[in-house]
Design a binder for this molecule. Structure first.
Ligand code: ZN
Length: 198
């Protein structure tokens, strides 16, 4: 079943999500929600979906970055983004640590809850996430590049934060204008053209 993805302006996107109890993690309703969120994300399509985006205030996100999604990017763009496929998986009750000493990266990012727009968003290049998997087993994820970006974006949702809170505001653009003006530009060229100085 495909769930409705709520859009920016819905109060639910701004509320912190609550942790799941061990009983909930092992329960059938959560497995059902994960399956519905998986279908909803793949149908969108998107590389991540957090429970608050479907109106559920719990600390759960699903993610998957498929090779098919990379076809619109050149090998150079994929390398610059450190973007490689990520198999479908779930994170529950995550705790995020930014490994800041490994630097930041800045790329155009979008969100299924702010349909039709993108902006340049600076993010840590590497992160560590302590969480539980779908079976309730504790798990530590160390990620870099685009996967680290997806994790930061989804965990932000669990705290009521959206990418627009972190973006360079001058870089906000419609999907149509991204295609028309910016798709083939480097990040340095986009920054210069949009007069982003910070
Ligand atoms: Zn999002």
């Amino acid at each position: 079943m495909r769930l409705k993805i709520i859009q920016v302006g819905e109060p639910a996107l701004r509320n912190p999500a609550r942790p799941l109890s061990p009983e909930e993690i092992k329960g059938a309703p959560l497995r059902q929600l994960i399956e519905f969120m998986r279908e909803t994300m793949q149908d969108a399509p998107g590389v991540g979906l957090a429970a608050p985006q479907v109106g559920m205030p719990v600390q759960l996100a699903v993610m998957e970055d498929r090779v098919e999604y990379h076809q619109s990017l050149t090998p150079e763009q994929l390398a610059e983004r450190e973007r490689t496929p990520v198999p479908f998986h779930v994170i529950l009750n995550p705790r995020l640590t930014l490994l800041d000493k490994d630097g930041h990266a800045e790329f155009l990012e979008g969100c299924l809850s702010f349909n039709g727009f993108s902006a340049l968003v600076p993010r840590a290049r590497r992160v560590r996430v302590e969480c539980f998997d779908h079976t309730g087993e504790p798990k530590v994820i160390e990620a870099s590049g685009w996967y680290a970006r997806i994790l930061q974006h989804e965990i932000d949702h669990l705290h009521g934060t959206l990418y627009i809170d972190r973006m360079h505001t001058r870089s906000l653009m419609t999907a149509e204008n991204l295609q028309r003006h910016w798709k083939d530009k480097s990040i340095a060229e986009i920054r210069a053209a949009l007069k982003i100085s910070e």
